[in-house]
Design a protein around this ligand. Structure first.
Ligand code: CTP
Ligand code: MN
Ligand code: MN
Ligand code: MN
Length: 368
């Protein structure tokens, strides 16, 4: 009987902010199945079942060993009946028939395609599906559709945008963003957040948090024309507003969901098609890349950094923990103590964890 020493299932917290979750996932075959189930429930707008599977996936991601028998998940939090049935089937059959059914489901397949377009969410997908549309080809051919500007560019740069962003590309874009921002704000602090800050090697976009030490942020920064496509959302933050109680609430920072044109050295294949007329203009030497730029006031920087570093599940659990265990409300702007009726200031992520009575969790351990 071999037991993994120093591991006690009953000591695993139900909150991912009390666990360490690196990218080293021993239980991918289970967590992939859970994430497919969760996504299908998200498409059906069943938030409860969606979260149930996301929480289960997140618990298995933190285990220091692969699950090989039912006994391995005994005593773990978030293992409901639906979840256990799937674990059991994967242990016995090597795969989940329920997850496989979802992957073959017509509605799921259509929603998966539709939501892969920048600017298209569950609501739009639902509308298109109800119109009888099933594929992106059909969407593009349907001339009567009124697409938003975001959706039009989403389709225009579709191939580039679905191909993942590498860490090297993130670093290249980082240099451009830093250089550009500093021509306007020489002292600005520009931090790579999102998945790349958690150590991921690929991502679907690049997230940056920008702040300027000093009296005020620069409201004009995003309006200075450095982008291919940019949907600027103005700040709606009001001084001293209470943090939002919603689990997945949008913050009120000025931000922009942009598409950047990243020039890349192209592979020169002149000698291989010598017969073809060579035309520089024909060769696309750039890639469209999704970039999120968030501008925050300097005194909110730590909260914004914590929120935008993610993962999404880690953030959800931080808020749930704050609310249920500490009677505090946390969002990307602030932390409010409901009992003392005060805002808790923080200059670093470490201080926020300390306010919450949590051990510090490093960014690369937040891959919940
Ligand atoms: N986020 C947020 N408010 C938003 C959008 C995102 O607080 N309006 C947070 C998310 O909760 C997430 C982080 O910002 O934790 C980054 O979001 P996103 O880019 O969607 O995810 P990543 O973890 O970076 O993964 P990916 O590679 O898919 O981009
Ligand atoms: Mn991201
Ligand atoms: Mn994402
Ligand atoms: Mn993002």
């Amino acid at each position: 009987e071999s037991e993994v020493p120093s591991f006690t299932a009953s000591k695993v917290s139900q909150y991912s902010c009390q666990r360490k979750t690196t990218l080293n996932n021993f239980n991918k075959k289970f967590t992939d199945a859970f994430e497919i189930m969760a996504e299908n429930y998200e498409f059906k707008e069943n938030e409860m079942f969606c979260l149930e599977f996301l929480r289960a996936a997140s618990v298995l991601k933190c285990l220091p060993f692969p699950v090989v028998r039912m006994k391995d998940i005994q005593g773990l939090p978030c293992m409901g009946d639906q979840v256990r049935d799937i674990v059991e089937e994967i242990i016995e059959e090597g795969e989940s028939s329920r997850a496989k059914d979802v992957l073959n489901d017509e509605r799921y397949k259509s929603f998966k395609q539709f939501t892969s377009v920048f600017g298209v969410g569950v609501k739009t997908s639902e509308k298109w599906y109800r119109m009888g549309l099933r594929t992106l080809e059909e969407v593009k051919a349907e001339k009567t559709l009124k697409l938003s500007k975001m959706q039009r560019v989403g389709l225009l740069y579709y191939e580039d945008l679905v191909s993942c962003v590498s860490k090297a590309e993130a670093d290249a874009v980082g240099l451009i963003v830093k250089k550009t921002v500093r021509t306007f704000l020489p002292d600005a602090l520009i931090t790579l957040t999102g998945g790349f800050r958690r150590g991921k090697k690929i991502g679907h976009d690049i997230d940056f948090l920008i702040t300027n030490p000093g009296p005020r942020e620069d409201d004009d920064l995003l309006h200075k024309g450095l982008l291919l496509y940019c949907d600027i959302i103005e700040s709606t933050f009001v001084k001293d507003q209470l943090p939002s109680r919603k689990v997945d609430a949008m913050d009120n920072f000025q931000k922009c969901f942009a598409i950047l044109k990243l020039y890349q050295p192209r592979v020169d294949n002149r000698s291989y098609n010598a017969s073809k007329e060579f035309d520089m203009a024909e060769v696309k030497d750039w890639k469209a890349i999704r970039v999120d730029l968030v501008i925050c006031p300097f005194e909110q920087y730590a909260y914004a950094l914590l929120g935008w570093t993610g993962s999404r599940q880690f953030g959800r659990d931080l808020r749930r923990f704050a609310n249920h265990e500490k009677k505090m409300i946390l969002d990307n702007h602030a932390l409010y103590d409901k009992r003392k009726r005060i805002f808790l200031k923080a200059g670093s992520e470490e201080e926020i964890f300390a306010h919450l009575g949590l051990d510090y969790v490093e960014p690369w351990e937040r891959n919940a």
